[in-house]
Design a protein around this ligand. Structure first.
Ligand code: FAD
Ligand code: NAI
Length: 486
C-alpha cells in the first residue's frame, strides 16, 4: 500500500520547504519530495536558493567585499595592512560550510515538524481512483514509490535559461552553479546578461581581481529598476568600480578553447567584435521547471511562458493542486516563494474547513527586490517610468547618502533614496534606493506600503540618529519639499 498524506509538496526550495513546515505546523500530515543532489552526490534540501543561489552568492559577496575594503578602503581610516592576500579555496569552503549548515538545518526542521522527506523526482500520475486524492510517483535511481495526498503543492522552481550556442560545462562556460564554485580568479571574466546574477557575480570576481566584461543585449541598462537608479548604478559600476558593460550587443558565435572562450558579437553600432575571456558566465534569466513533472498526465495547465497557471491564491486548474514560487507568475525571488508557500498552507486549512472567504493571497505589488552589488540596489512598488506610462500623477522626494552622517562614517556615500507618492493622496507608490545596506532599509518602505502609508507618515516618524534610515526620512520630507539637510 502506498503511503498516504494530507499534503505532498514537490520541491524543497524556499517555496516548498516553507510550505511543508507551515502545513505541518497547522496539523497536516505532510511529505516533501525533492530531487536536489549536491556536488558530492548527496541529497540536499533548500533548492536553488540555499544550494546555488541566494545564500552562497551572498557569502561570496561578503567575503569579496571584505577583501576589497581591506585592500582599498581601510587606509582612509588610518588602518594599514601589509602583505594582504586572498585564499580563494578558503573563501569557497567558508561558503560551502554556510550552505551545508543551512541545507542540513532544513533536514532538522523537517524532523522537528514530523515532515516525511522523500528524496527523488516527483511525477504526477494519472488518477484512476476516486479523485479524493492525487498520486505522485517518486523515482530515485532504481527506487520507485508512489505516494498519495489529498493536496499537492508544486514548488519545483526554475533552472538557468540556456543559450543554444553557449553550452554550459561549468569549466569554461558557467551557469550560477559554476560561477559560485570557481577556485581560481579568472584573469578575464566574460558575462552574458547584465541582470541580477550577472551584476552580483561580476562584483564578486572583479573585487577579487578579475577584469570583467559584461555583454547585454538590451539597449538600456538594468531595465527592471527605476531609470534614475539604473543610470546611477551604471555610472558607479563602470566609472568607479571598473566593470566594462556593453549594452545593445548581439552574440553571433561562441567558441570554447582549452583555456579561453571566444565570444563573437555585434556591438550597439552593429560592428563585429570579438572578446576572448578565460571563463564565461551565462546569466540570461531562468525558466520555470516543469520537466518530467507529469503535467500532461493530469491536465495541469502551463502558460505560454512555461509557468504553471495559477490564480491569485496559487490555485492551479486542478482541484486541491497549488503551485508557488519560481514555477508560477511573479518575480523569481526566494521571499516571494516562501510567502506564497505559507499562504497556500493556510488556504488549504481554510479550504478543508469550507471557508473559501478565508483564502490567503500575496500582495505582489509590495514585494521588495534587492540587488546585492556595492552600492546595493533595493526597491518596492512602482518605478517613475511605470507611473509615467500609466499616467498616474505623482510627487517625488529624493535624498543623497552623501549628506548623511552614518554614511560618511562608513565611507559609503554613493547613491540616494527616492520616495514616489500619489500627487493627490500622498500615498506611497514606490521607494527606490541605491546605497549602503539598502537591503536592510527597504523593509521600512515595504511596511509603510502594506499599511497604505503616506509620505507624510514616514516624514513624521522618528528615525534614529545617526542612521542610514534618516536618508529615507529626508527623502519622504523631500516629497513636500521640506528636506532639512540639503
Ligand atoms: P527552487 O529554489 O528552485 O527549488 C525547487 C526545488 O524543487 C529544487 O530543489 C529542485 O531540485 C526541486 N525539483 C524540481 N522538480 C522536481 C521534481 N519533479 N521532483 C522533485 N523535486 C523537484 N532570490 C532572492 O530572493 N534573493 C537573492 O539574493 C537571490 N539570489 C540568487 C542568486 C542566484 C545565483 C540565483 C540563481 C538565484 C537567486 N535568487 C535570489 C532566486 C531564488 O533562488 C529563487 O527565487 C528561489 O530559489 C525560488 O524558490 P522555489 O522554491 O520556487 O524554487
Ligand atoms: P535577469 O532576468 O535578471 O537578467 C538576464 C539579463 O540577460 C537581462 O538583462 C537580459 O536582457 C539579458 N539577456 C538575455 N538574453 C541575452 C543574450 N542572448 N545576450 C545578452 N544578454 C541577454 O536574469 P538572471 O540574472 O539570470 O537572474 C535570474 C533571476 O534570478 C533574477 O531575475 C531574479 O529573479 C533571481 N535572482 C535574484 C537575486 C536577488 O534577489 N538578489 C540574485 C540573483 C538572481
Amino acid at each position: 500500500m502506498s503511503q498516504s498524506f494530507d499534503v505532498a509538496v514537490i520541491g524543497a526550495g524556499p517555496g516548498g520547504y516553507v510550505a511543508a513546515i507551515r502545513c505541518a505546523q497547522l496539523g497536516l500530515n505532510t511529505a516533501c519530495i525533492d530531487e536536489w543532489k549536491n556536488s558530492q552526490g548527496k541529497a540536499s534540501l533548500g533548492g536553488t536558493c540555499l544550494n546555488v543561489g541566494c545564500i552562497p552568492s551572498k557569502a561570496l559577496l561578503e567575503s569579496s567585499e571584505n577583501y576589497e575594503r581591506a585592500a582599498l578602503k581601510y587606509s582612509a581610516h588610518g588602518i594599514k595592512i601589509e602583505g594582504l592576500s586572498v585564499d580563494i579555496p578558503v573563501m569557497i569552503s567558508r561558503k560551502d560550510k554556510i550552505v551545508t549548515a543551512f541545507t542540513s538545518g532544513i533536514a532538522t526542521l523537517f524532523k522537528k515538524n514530523k515532515i516525511t522527506s522523500i528524496h527523488g523526482r516527483g511525477t504526477l500520475v494519472k488518477d484512476k481512483g476516486d479523485k479524493k486524492s492525487w498520486k505522485v510517483k517518486v523515482m530515485s535511481g532504481d527506487k520507485v514509490e508512489t505516494i498519495e495526498a489529498k493536496y499537492i503543492i508544486i514548488a519545483t522552481g526554475s533552472t538557468p535559461r540556456q543559450l543554444p550556442f553557449a553550452i554550459v560545462d561549468n569549466e569554461r562556460i558557467l551557469d550560477n552553479e559554476g560561477a559560485l564554485a570557481l577556485v581560481e580568479v579568472p584573469k578575464h571574466l566574460g558575462i552574458i546578461g547584465a541582470g541580477v546574477i550577472g551584476l552580483e557575480m561580476a562584483s564578486v570576481w572583479r573585487r577579487l581581481g578579475s577584469k570583467v566584461t559584461i555583454l547585454e543585449s538590451l539597449p538600456e541598462f538594468l531595465t527592471i529598476v527605476d531609470e534614475q537608479v539604473a543610470k546611477e548604478a551604471q555610472k558607479i559600476f563602470t566609472r568607479e568600480l571598473g566593470l566594462e558593460i556593453q549594452i545593445g550587443i548581439n552574440i553571433t558565435a561562441i567558441k570554447t578553447g582549452k583555456k579561453t572562450v571566444l565570444v563573437e558579437y555585434l556591438d550597439a553600432q552593429a560592428k563585429a567584435q570579438k572578446l576572448e575571456v578565460n571563463q564565461l558566465i551565462v546569466s540570461v534569466g531562468r525558466v520555470p521547471n516543469t520537466a518530467e513533472l507529469g503535467a500532461e498526465n493530469v491536465g495541469l495547465r502551463i502558460d505560454d511562458g512555461g509557468r504553471i497557471e495559477v490564480d491569485s491564491y496559487c490555485r492551479t486548474n486542478l482541484p486541491n493542486v497549488y503551485a508557488v514560487g519560481d514555477v508560477v507568475r511573479g518575480p523569481m525571488l526566494a521571499h516571494k516563494a516562501s510567502e506564497e508557500g505559507i499562504a497556500v498552507a493556510e488556504s488549504i486549512i481554510a479550504n478543508a474547513a469550507g471557508q473559501e472567504r478565508e483564502l490567503i493571497k500575496l500582495n505582489l505589488d509590495t514585494i521588495p527586490w534587492v540587488i546585492y552589488t556595492s552600492p546595493e540596489i533595493a526597491w518596492v512598488g512602482k518605478t517613475e517610468q511605470e507611473l509615467k506610462t500609466t499616467g498616474i500623477r505623482y510627487k517625488a522626494g529624493q535624498f543623497p547618502f552623501m549628506a548623511n552622517g552614518r554614511a560618511q562614517s562608513l565611507g559609503e556615500t554613493s547613491g540616494f533614496v527616492k520616495v514616489l507618492a500619489d500627487a493627490n493622496t500622498d500615498r506611497i507608490l514606490g521607494v527606490h534606493m541605491i546605497g549602503p545596506y539598502v537591503s536592510e532599509m527597504i523593509s521600512e518602505a515595504v511596511v509603510a506600503m502594506e499599511f497604505a502609508a503616506s509620505s507624510e507618515d514616514i516624514a513624521r516618524i522618528v528615525h534614529a540618529h545617526p542612521s542610514l534610515s534618516e536618508v529615507l526620512h529626508e527623502a519622504a520630507l523631500g516629497v513636500d519639499k521640506r528636506a532639512l539637510h540639503i
